[in-house]
Design a protein around this ligand. Structure first.
Ligand SMILES: Cc1cc2nc3c(=O)[nH]c(=O)nc-3n(C[C@H](O)[C@H](O)[C@H](O)COP(=O)(O)O)c2cc1C
Length: 355
């Protein structure tokens, strides 16, 4: 299948402008979501279920490979995406209201490194649209895998008011999210990454956790798992502050990492934005995960993401301390059934290790 994709289908897809190719893929997935039987058969055939599901922050993950945020920004495609073997799906980043994102072109392929550069800028249809899509197409309770909702702030919202945006996203989507991710690490919304500093982050984490506890009390259930997604470009001193705050405010975990503003020497294109895929980001993310795992003595669950493009790189993330992994760029470069290949390989090597 991978051979067929890489040699026949991918060359055709790569003839299209990258965002046009992305939109065509979304159209295809949208069509799939309108055919419940097809989704059902795909899920049944492709799902990878470990003998013992991964139990993490109160959720059960059938396997360790998830889809990273950014592919399904509006939560409209998750039903179809489940059918490709993912063990969880993260939708978003969603902002309170719809916003168009940056002008096109804003997505680029770097064929030299199997990487991408994007400066999408949180193009999305807003929280109400996502709520409707999830309620109607992929409702809680009728999912084969957990669904994470990745939330952000609007381009027009000043940093001082950012908390309000995150709270609004949380409140609107709390009934549908299995877990939340707070995105403070995209390089494509001006100053967003400043929210990773102690001054802003402390208020943000405190406010969201208070809202989470109030929601849980009102509904008579456990609070949502909430994770923070960080950039690979932070210094270890900055990471130390973040870890201290996450532990202080009882956060469920950390997602490391988002795209990088750094570039590999071998890069073949010059564009502004976040670089993903490829070994260069993989090394940054892996180093970050090793550091986090060591600093927290493994007490803070980690989702590892960044340049995972083979069973080997996936395994290294787990060995470094991640409990789950996510992919995005390699879904494009390696093909639609790559999540299944990865999940099976990880499952197989875990079984061999146990025996
Ligand atoms: C086109 C594109 C859009 C993305 N949009 C988002 C986003 O909206 N929110 C987010 O947290 N991460 C976003 N990301 C980052 C990915 O979730 C992931 O962290 C990053 O691409 C590294 O993983 P990868 O090397 O497997 O692609 C985006 C990545 C790409 C390539």
């Amino acid at each position: 299948m991978t051979f067929f994709y890489k040699n026949l289908l991918r060359p055709l897809i790569f003839k299209l402008e990258p965002e046009n190719a992305h939109e065509s893929a979304c159209q295809f997935l949208k069509l799939m979501t309108s055919l419940p039987l097809v989704c059902e058969l795909m899920s049944r055939y492709n799902s990878v279920k470990a003998d013992n599901p991964v139990k993490l922050f109160g959720l059960e993950f059938p396997n360790r490979v998830g889809l990273a945020a950014g592919m399904d920004k509006n939560g409209e495609l998750a039903k179809a995406i489940e059918g490709f073997g993912f063990g969880h799906i993260e939708v978003g980043t969603v902002t309170p209201e719809a916003q168009p994102g940056n002008p096109r072109p804003r997505l680029f392929r770097d064929l030299a490194s199997n990487g991408l550069i994007n400066r999408m800028g949180f193009n999305n249809k807003g929280t109400e649209n996502m709520l409707y899509a999830l309620e109607h197409k992929y409702p809680k309770g009728r999912r084969g895998v957990p669904l994470g909702v990745n939330i952000g702030k609007a381009k027009s919202t000043p940093l001082e008011n950012a908390v309000e945006d995150y709270l609004k996203c949380f409140k609107v989507l709390a009934d549908q999210a299995d877990y939340f991710t707070i995105n403070v690490s995209s390089p494509n919304t001006q100053n967003l990454r400043q929210l990773q500093s102690r001054e802003y982050l402390s208020v943000l984490l405190d406010s969201i956790q208070k809202e989470n506890l109030a929601y849980a009390k009102k509904m008579g259930r456990a609070p949502h798992p909430v994770l923070l997604k960080i950039a690979p470009d932070l210094t270890y001193q900055e990471v130390d502050i973040i870890l201290e705050l996450l532990l202080d405010y009882n956060y469920s975990g950390i997602i490391a990492t988002n795209t990088t503003i750094q570039r590999p020497n071998s890069i073949g294109i010059i564009e502004m934005g976040g670089y993903s895929g490829g070994d260069f980001l993989n090394k940054l993310s892996l180093d970050m995960i090793r550091y986090i795992s060591k600093s927290t003595l493994g007490h803070l669950p980690i989702i590892g993401v960044g340049g995972i493009n083979s069973p080997r790189t996936a395994g290294e993330m787990l060995n470094a301390g991640a409990s789950l992994i996510q992919i995005y760029s390699s879904w494009i470069y390696e093909g639609p059934f790559f999540p299944r290949v990865l999940a099976k390989a990880l499952y197989q090597s875990e079984k061999e290790w146990i025996n």
